[in-house]
Design a binder for this molecule. Structure first.
Ligand SMILES: *Cc1c(COP(=O)(O)O)cnc(C)c1O
Length: 242
């Protein structure tokens, strides 16, 4: 007889497989090579045990929004084999950069030079440089985090000089819009900006366009995303909204 835990791990596995299939068919539908889009499993609000179950199905990259919650899971799962890769995808205040620099592998939400400088200064010497993306406020929402498109190139040039960071690309969370074409239109703006920065700065590791979530991953892949961040479709609905 199956235990409740067993049922849960089956559900998580089936969800993960379904999301992998969605990403793969989005690649095919867009004429892109299957496997060119990385899947980041967004585990915010879910337990270390849930993460362990998804990791057991071969998923290694996990995203967290709340820094302390993320650090608790990183510590709980630090003996995982192979090692998990942790991405900070939530807002970062100055007083949290040290935790991010000490525990995460990636930070997707850099939108100010001051935050980037702190991350670089605080990255421990025994760790490889922290991978960072600049968060772009692509649709100009007034209350949103992220740098304005017009300022991205200048910030990228500065961040690229910091010794303990590797500038990997851009990240965006557009406001939800209805319909595939409208979603593609917004994501295409970030893609164009990504191409501009890449051409202007010619950085060897600038290869990541972090965009697309449960509701719009097909459109994001169509527009050129290289990393989709998916929570709900893998872990289920969250008990509190974020
Ligand atoms: C929560 C979150 C996600 C995942 O959203 P879903 O709609 O649950 O897939 C992706 N990116 C960021 C920045 C998030 O905060």
């Amino acid at each position: 007889m199956s235990t409740p835990e067993h049922d849960l791990s089956n559900i998580l596995r089936d969800n993960l497989l379904a999301v992998q299939a969605r990403v793969a068919s989005a690649c095919v539908a867009s004429g892109r090579v299957a496997g060119c889009v990385q899947l980041l499993a967004v585990s915010k609000t879910f337990s270390a045990d849930d993460v362990r179950q998804v990791a057991a199905c071969g998923q290694h990259d996990f995203g967290e929004n709340y820094i302390q919650e993320g650090v608790d899971k990183i510590i709980a799962l630090q003996d995982s084999q192979p090692a998990l890769v942790w991405h900070c995808i939530g807002p970062m205040q100055s007083n949290k950069t040290k935790l991010v620099a000490e525990h995460f592998d990636w930070a997707h939400t850099v939108d100010r030079l001051k935050i980037a400088q702190r991350l670089s200064d605080q990255r421990p010497a025994h760790l490889s440089p922290l991978n960072v993306c600049l968060q772009v406020n692509i649709d100009g929402g007034e209350t949103k985090s992220g740098i304005a498109s017009a300022d991205v190139l200048a910030l990228a040039a500065e961040v690229a000089k910091l010794p303990r960071l590797v500038l990997r690309g851009l990240m965006t969370i557009p406001d939800p819009v209805n319909g595939f074409d409208a979603q593609v239109a917004v994501h295409a703006k970030t893609r164009a900006l990504f191409d501009d920065v890449k051409a202007a700065l010619n950085l060897p590791h600038f290869d990541t366009l972090s965009m697309g979530m449960t509701g719009d991953l097909e459109a994001a892949v169509h527009a050129g995303s290289t990393m989709v961040r998916v929570g709900t479709a893998i872990f289920g609905g969250r008990a509190y909204p974020v």
